[in-house]
Design a protein around this ligand. Sequence first.
Ligand SMILES: [Zn+2]
Length: 86
Amino acid sequence: MSDVSWSKFVAKLEYKAEWYDRELIKIDRWYPSSQLFSACGHQNGKKPLQIREWTCPNCLATHDRDINVSKNILNEGLRLHAQKLN
Ligand SMILES: [Zn+2]
């Protein structure tokens, strides 16, 4: 995504979050959301984009790439939220 459309996208999210009285949390751009296994937190490095699912060598759970990334981003957002409350 280009920087311009990204900032417009974030501005829209901020507007909607405020409208619905929700909190918008941005995670670090370097957070390795595609390298972590959401079930156990095991990290095993970058995977090529064409790999759509894989099995964790640590806990043997099978992950869909996009769903795994979504869960990691949610977990990180909730962690940052909890950090803010403390
Ligand atoms: Zn695992």
